[in-house]
Design a protein around this ligand. Sequence first.
Ligand code: IPM
Ligand code: MG
Length: 360
Amino acid sequence: MEALIAILAGDGIGPEIMREGVRVLNAVGECGGHRFELREALIGGAAIDAAGDGFPAETRAVVDEADVALLGAVGGPKWSSPDAPVRPEQGLLDLRAAMKVYANLRPVKTHPALYAASPLRPEYLADVDILFVRELTGGIYFGEKRRSADEATDVCTYHRHEIERVVRMAAQFARERRGKVTSIDKANVLETSRLWRRITDELMRTEFPDVQLDTLYVDAAAMHLLSGPAAFDVLVTENMFGDILTDEASMLCGSLGMLPSASLNADRRGLYEPIHGSAPDIAGRDIANPCATILSVAMMLRFSLGLGDEADLVEQAVYAAIEAGHRTGDIASATDQAIGTAAMGDEIVAQYRRLAGRHE
Ligand code: IPM
Ligand code: MG
């Protein structure tokens, strides 16, 4: 197949992890005879430096033309002063809005080879297989913002259609999984949550009577994610709760550096990115974990490019490399010899080529 892929490396460790993601993409293309045309564009702080805007018109043009986009990470201390006129993160939010990617899928699946990297005891980690569906283009992230010297306001608004489409997507995924959706809100306090709960109840009752719906307050959900994560199947929630809970849940998998994401719009045309940030403290040192980006490439192959077999192989390649004992520092235990970003990429590409050869 042929695809035009926008490559948005961004800031901090973004370029380093992107390099490994691209190497895996190239290996997939080569082994399967696919033609991936990669087009790089600036986003975040790099784009602010070059064009004064975190999501400049040139980048928008590349993304508009592309079939899908792969993103590294944005942000850094250079652009983070509270009084900065433009922020890198706004570039990412503008990108998500431009692509209309309202559903952010963040799978959290534990793997025995990484139990030791998690701060939780192994008995809590067995059989954890959660799909977070985070609403991505609404809520407090996109509401009106105001700030004076002594007062600041962020408005949180949700519309019926925004709730319906993301809950519908979550329920559709639940049907293909274990048939259970847990909707997370703060309906004991927030009006947006009360609307969310009412619409979710109604939609699930009328359109998905075969899917079990549970509801949880976000504070309780934060606790249950640690005390009984294996009980969850699909979790659906609004933008900010999803941001916070997925960083928490990443620790079940050993590291924030292991969690990929897919952001889908109505056509399932997507934006793919690791859930972690730009980690400026470790940028340029070849120590960042490229797995979340490489696993995001797998999600891209599966959800936007129709290459499910290749996606499976990329995921297998990542875990085969880890099982063979190759780990970046964030997932290494005291006895493991940690390797660098590029070396981890080497191992995963080698595993992919081996698996793809056997597969053919
Ligand atoms: C994420 C990040 C972003 C978010 C930031 C960088 C704007 O934390 O993708 O989870 O809050 O959505
Ligand atoms: Mg986040």
